[in-house]
Design a protein around this ligand. Structure first.
Ligand code: WTA
Length: 650
């Protein structure tokens, strides 16, 4: 990584720091080093303390951790039920009337669901599943819009010990087929359709197409949401509301082993076949409850928490369903897009529900920047006290914009690094304790051990390298469903004894961590390694630029050349040479993009990640493969047209 270190050292350093505001510290759960020092003193007893403090166990564990690299077992011998932890115990403690979910449909319809109501719904639906023949250990697929029934379905699965596999509602039917068949799921829970950008998007037809190719599915349960026409297959398909009307009201929670499978969640790897990431019960719940409480400083008596993710992603699993509900939080759940009916929808929701904690993705923040600060300023956002981000590195300019225009300068920002595989947050500020730097995820959480290493696996004290996790943690993946060898090869082979996350990272002079994106997004230009993220950050730091995506495209002379795709802020104009010079000023001449394309939009997956592979293909004039995971495929046509125009101008 020598080249990389040289390059990285030459990069502009972020010198602004933000200490936790006194008013925040005065009420925060964590304001000192005590969690860190407890974890350093004894990792196992640290996690055991969290598990007994935050979770109710039907039977205590015998052994905190069995670590047979790369296989971990946490809280071995312990028994618990996740749904009981998320629902029953709060109701029993007198919080039955507390709001669990303020649900807001995209058209503006709303539902308010208390903990007692959510429990009743989950118990009934657990009986529905049992009535369809579902038994402990059977896998259930869930393919739903963002409606409360998605959470009900997940919790009912957890209650009866049937692992769920949620597939994001924006995925194609082919993606659903692959995931159902890999998990050999018995029941599919879906909906007629859901609302998106003012229209109903149908789900049931895609589910029907899929089920034609999934021999394991015996029953399909359909939630009525879109009121769109659907075909129901006699004996196989059932309306949710009809089954619920006939279901018995009470269903005791199954006693689950701490290491029983809680869910599978499929995520893409470097090959075409998605990996079924396995998460189990006791360790996972401990990890998400602990991080949700301490990273978001949750005070359940007064906070209104809102995570804008979809339940189809790990963020929705850990920080909409399991973490917040385990902690008895009151939260907002929103069905639709941020720009319906107007670009201020999110801010209208924050104002309406007096949201105090808001968790979203950097790509959303950059979109908000593009729409302009006038949108949030139409609303009273004074209820907000903490902001979070997840999913990709946040460039300092987006961080500052978020801080000033959404947080009103008073809210700490937690930039949280983690993965589907880690189950919960691993690297993040503790908002009442950590001094933040815009763009840095700062430090590993107490209980998490990392090392930044070079190509040879040697720890790097300062500068760039690969992010590895050096000790087991409770929320860690337990395997890849049906493919133990891939589990070992993907995560545990690159650096001996450590988990390799696939991300590059840099440690600055003060020991702060800067996540540099996936290592496969690192370019090599004339023998210099340059992070796409750093070039993007440089581009976005220009006042005219809203968003930028950078890829390394093959180049006969320099190995790779930097291609940049840029969207401008509303009403702004700038020419290519000015932007190239700007990057040179920010990073150095080696980082100057060879070509810059202006585009009204960037191609993104439905979870908001920029599809760099596709941009590389456009840059290299290649035929584009499968684009079904794109949020908006027309963006690609536009990009190709512009790229062709530019090359004919050359
Ligand atoms: C990236 C999402 C920088 C990273 C929870 C990781 C981040 C991948 C951050 C996992 C962050 C996530 N800063 N990069 N705060 N958070 N990433 O599995 O590359 O959808 O490996 O999990 O997102 O994506 P996944």
């Amino acid at each position: 990584m020598t080249d990389n270190n040289d390059t990285i050292d030459a990069l502009s350093h972020e010198n602004r720091t933000f200490a936790p505001p006194a008013a925040f510290v005065a009420q925060a759960h964590v304001t000192d080093d005590s969690l860190h020092s407890a974890a350093r003193a004894d990792l196992e007893s640290f996690w055991a303390t969290q598990a007994s403090k935050l979770i109710s166990w039907q039977q205590p564990w015998d052994t905190v951790l069995e670590w047979d690299l790369p296989y971990a077992k946490w809280f071995v011998g312990g028994k618990l039920n996740v749904a009981e932890n998320c629902l029953d115990r709060h109701v029993q403690a007198g919080f039955g009337d507390k709001v669990a979910i303020y649900w807001e449909g995209e058209p503006g319809d709303t539902r308010v669901i208390t903990y007692a109501e959510l429990l009743a719904e989950v118990e009934r639906f657990s009986n529905v599943l049992k009535g369809l023949g579902v038994r402990k250990g059977d896998r259930i697929n869930i393919y739903m819009p963002m409606v409360p029934e998605a959470a009900v379905a997940m919790l009912a699965c957890a209650r009866i010990g049937a692992p769920h596999s949620v597939v994001f509602g924006g995925f194609s039917s082919q993606s659903l087929v692959d995931r159902i068949n890999d998990a050999e799921a018995k029941v599919l829970i879906t909906a007629d359709g859901g609302y998106r950008r003012g229209e109903v998007f149908p789900l049931k037809p895609a589910a029907d197409e899929a089920v034609a190719q999934t021999p394991s599915i015996e029953h399909v349960v359909v939630v009525k949401r879109g009121n769109n026409d659907v075909t129901m297959v006699e004996g196989r398909d059932h309306w949710y509301h009809e089954l619920m009307a006939d279901a018995a009201p009470s269903c005791p929670p199954e006693s689950m082993d701490s290491e029983d499978l809680l869910f599978l969640l499929y995520t893409s790897g470097t090959t075409g076949k998605p990996k079924g990431i396995m998460h189990t019960t006791g360790g996972y719940l401990t990890h998400v409850a602990y991080t949700h409480r301490n990273v978001f400083d949750l005070h359940r008596d007064r906070d209104v928490y809102w995570c804008t993710a979809d339940v189809g992603w790990i963020t929705g699993h850990s920080y909409i369903v399991y973490g917040p509900l385990a902690n008895g939080a009151t939260q907002v759940m929103y069905e639709g897009v941020p720009n319906y009916p107007g670009n201020d929808r999110f801010w209208a929701i924050v104002e309406k529900y007096r949201v105090t904690i808001f968790y979203t993705a950097p790509t959303a923040i950059r979109t908000f920047m593009k729409w302009g600060a006038d949108e949030p300023s139409k609303h009273d956002l004074s209820s907000l006290r903490l902001l979070g981000t997840v999913g990709e590195p946040i460039n300092p300019e987006a961080w500052m914009w978020y801080h000033e225009n959404i947080g009103g300068g008073r809210c700490p920002i937690v930039d949280t690094w983690w993965q589907t595989e880690t189950g919960g947050i691993m690297i993040s500020p503790l908002p009442g304790y950590t001094t933040t730097k815009p763009g840095s995820a700062t430090f590993p959480l107490p209980g998490v051990n990392i090392a930044v290493v070079d190509d040879a696996g040697q720890e790097v004290e300062h500068g760039g390298g690969y992010l590895t996790l050096t000790q087991p943690w409770p929320g860690m993946l337990r395997g890849i469903w049906g493919d133990p060898q891939r589990f070992v090869d993907t995560y545990w082979s690159r650096f001996e004894g450590s988990y390799f996350a696939g991300d590059g990272a840099r440690l600055d002079d003060d020991g702060y961590l800067w996540l540099l994106g996936r290592v496969d997004d690192v370019m090599n230009v004339s023998g210099h390694r340059i992070s796409t993220t750093e070039v993007e950050s440089a581009l976005v730091s220009h006042p005219a630029v809203a968003e930028a995506a950078v890829v390394g495209a093959n180049d006969a002379t320099t190995g790779q050349a930097i291609f940049a795709y840029v969207t401008l802020r509303g009403g702004q104009d700038v020419d290519v040479s000015t932007l190239r010079d700007h990057v040179a000023t920010e990073i150095g001449a080696i980082a100057k993009p060879k070509a810059i394309f202006f585009t009204p939009d960037l191609p993104k997956t439905r979870s908001g990640k920029i599809m760099r592979r596709l941009l590389r293909d456009v840059a290299e004039g290649r035929n584009l493969g499968d684009t079904t995971t794109l949020a908006d495929a027309s963006v690609v046509d536009e990009l190709q047209r512009r790229a062709a125009e530019t090359s004919s101008e050359d």
